[in-house]
Design a protein around this ligand. Structure first.
Ligand code: G16
Length: 550
């Protein structure tokens, strides 16, 4: 076993001192906070990525620099494991501990203990691939990350400015190259070619698809959407809007998937673009979330969120496995979180097994792996579909006995290719949705009518310390601070069809409140009452008292 390259680490670590007053936390989607405080975190993550790669015997580890749906001054970083999945949960605590060592000496001592305890063979090679979104703080943070990668002596590959899902794809493609599980060519072009080829095959012979407006949240999705449009040609005309990636403050501002989901309205920039009957979709800042919507004949807005995407895709996959004669061997299951609309949970659980897990795609992904085909979507539009290795083997070995079975089997195979199975991917999910709509000849309205959403409201509360909030039962109940859950229960009882829960965000310094009820005004009232309760009981920040109390 060789030793840590202490000299290189010390010299470079001194150039990236930790701000003494900040405690960093590897949360729902990695480290995420103000971009100008993250220099030391980036350097240390570079080292950690190298060590993770050594632990995996030199397999490539991914690092994505993004704060996704957060506003522009925020930034963040997350690690991607060799199969393109989120970092193994047990390493999150190590990441947090290393990020919080106060000095270079403490950091080196912590690294030493860490590598010994984890039995990391430092003589192994290490490879790291990284990318960033379009945030102005990105280049400096990437430079700090590169110093970390250099300090641990890992080989680096800069994937440049691209989306989070592309980075996940690249990690899997690099690590499966030349194996029987080869995922695709390890380049952005390879990704675009793979998705567009499968999509074009899936919709061949179907009636032409109407052009689709794509709100790119003024983020990195704009670049990929424009490139994808080239690959799709006339099969599906994309109309990218909100593509101002260099306009200060534009990112995720009054546009994008999070805006649509939380405001339940059309981005103002689309009012003159979208026509009644036309559907559109919004990506978020790093293009891993997708929200659909359409205007009905009266110009009224209708949202088609992650729950609706799950319902649409699960039904289609179920139909295909049945038509192919594979339904007894391949079963579809759904994974949701507490945010799933009660209407969707009722509809889906009457048809399929449904599991509820805590927020964060990493939780959904792992639960979905337990199904032959796991369809997982958060209501916020973050999700994908994963086929188990056994299902993929069954599909590839299957000999259909009729032409109809053969057609369905081909659709199923193309679907496995159009879907980015590593992680939620807005553009891949968009192609899946468009393919299903084309097959079913559904308009937005027909898709929407699969089930009726219960009116709901999401509210943020800024509190003194969100870390005092602890939950259980897949985040549906608060165990701490004590006493609040009983008061929430008491409030919920007063509303017909009422449901509400409170949880600390893992990506923003807030507590989130969700409520739904049979009637819109009641859902709003319940949400603001629960928010007020949380605020009053836990010392909310005076400047941020939830305003819309009814
Ligand atoms: C991240 C996670 C999602 C999660 C979201 C909000 O999304 O990947 O799984 O739903 O944060 O989390 P929270 O409510 O804890 O802030 P993204 O798109 O921001 O990476």
């Amino acid at each position: 076993m060789s030793d840590l390259p202490v000299h290189a680490i010390r010299t470079l670590s001194d150039q990236h001192p930790k701000p003494s007053h900040i405690h960093f936390q590897y949360g729902t989607a990695g480290f995420r906070t103000k971009g100008d405080t993250l220099d030391s975190v980036m350097f240390r993550v570079g080292i950690l990525a190298g060590l993770r790669s050594k632990k995996w015997d030199g397999k490539t580890i991914g690092v994505m620099v993004t704060a996704s749906h957060n506003p522009e001054p925020d930034n963040g970083v997350k690690l991607v494991d060799p199969r393109g999945e989120m970092l193994e949960t047990s390493w999150e605590a190590h990441a947090t501990a290393l990020a919080n060592a106060q000095s270079t000496d403490e950091f080196i001592a912590a690294l030493d203990t860490f590598t010994t305890t984890m039995k990391i063979d430092l003589s192994k090679p290490a490879k790291v691939v990284y990318a960033r979104d379009t945030r102005p703080s990105g280049p400096a943070l990437v430079a700090a990350l590169e110093d970390g990668i250099k300090a641990i002596g890992a080989e680096e590959r800069d994937a440049g400015v691209t989306t989070t899902p592309v980075l996940h794809y690249l990690v899997r493609a690099i690590n499966t190259k030349g194996t029987k599980e080869e995922y695709g060519d390890d380049s952005e072009e390879g990704y675009l070619r793979k998705l567009s080829t499968a999509f074009n095959k899936l919709v061949a012979g179907k009636p032409s698809i109407p052009p689709l407006v794509v709100d790119c949240a003024n983020g990195v999705g704009a670049k990929l959407a424009k490139e994808l449009a080239e690959y799709l040609g006339d099969t599906l005309q994309l109309i990218p809007v909100n593509t101002s990636t260099t306009t200060p403050g534009a990112l995720n501002n009054a546009c994008g998937a999070d805006f649509v989901k939380t405001q339940q309205t059309l981005p103002p920039s689309l009012t003159s673009v979208l026509k009644p009957g036309q559907r559109a979709c919004s990506l978020d800042g790093d293009a891993d979330r997708l929200m659909y919507y359409y205007l009905d004949d009266r110009g009224q807005f209708h949202m088609l969120d992650g729950d609706k995407i799950a319902a649409l895709s699960a039904a289609f996959i179920g139909e295909l496995t049945k038509s192919a004669g594979l339904d007894s061997q391949i079963k579809v299951g759904i994974v949701q979180t507490a945010y799933a609309n009660g209407g969707s949970t009722k509809y889906l659980s009457e048809r399929l097994p449904v599991k509820c897990v805590p927020t964060g795609v990493k939780h959904l992904h792992h639960a979905a792996e337990k199904f032959d085909v796991g369809v997982y979507f958060e209501a916020n539009g973050h999700g994908t579909v994963i086929f188990s290795p056994q299902s993929l083997e069954i599909i590839s070995a299957y000999q259909p006995s009729t032409p109809a079975q053969s057609t369905a089997l081909n659709h199923l195979i193309n679907l496995t290719e159009v879907i980015n199975q590593t992680v939620g991917d807005a553009l891949s999910d968009m192609l899946m949705v468009e393919a299903v709509l084309a097959h079913k000849s559904y308009s937005g309205e027909e898709w929407d009518s699969l089930y009726v959403d219960l009116p709901n409201r999401l509210v943020k509360v800024v509190v003194a310390d969100r870390n005092i909030f602890k939950t259980e039962d897949a985040e549906r109940r608060l165990v701490s601070p004590p006493g609040i859950q009983a008061k929430i229960d008491e409030l919920v009882r007063r509303y017909e069809g009422g449901r509400a829960f409170v949880r600390p965000s893992g990506t923003e310094d807030v507590v989130r409140v969700y409520a739904e009820a049979t009637v819109r005004t009641q859902a709003d009232e319940l949400a603001y009452r629960v928010a007020g309760l949380v605020y009053d009981e836990t010392g909310g920040h005076p400047a941020h008292r939830p305003l819309e109390f009814l």
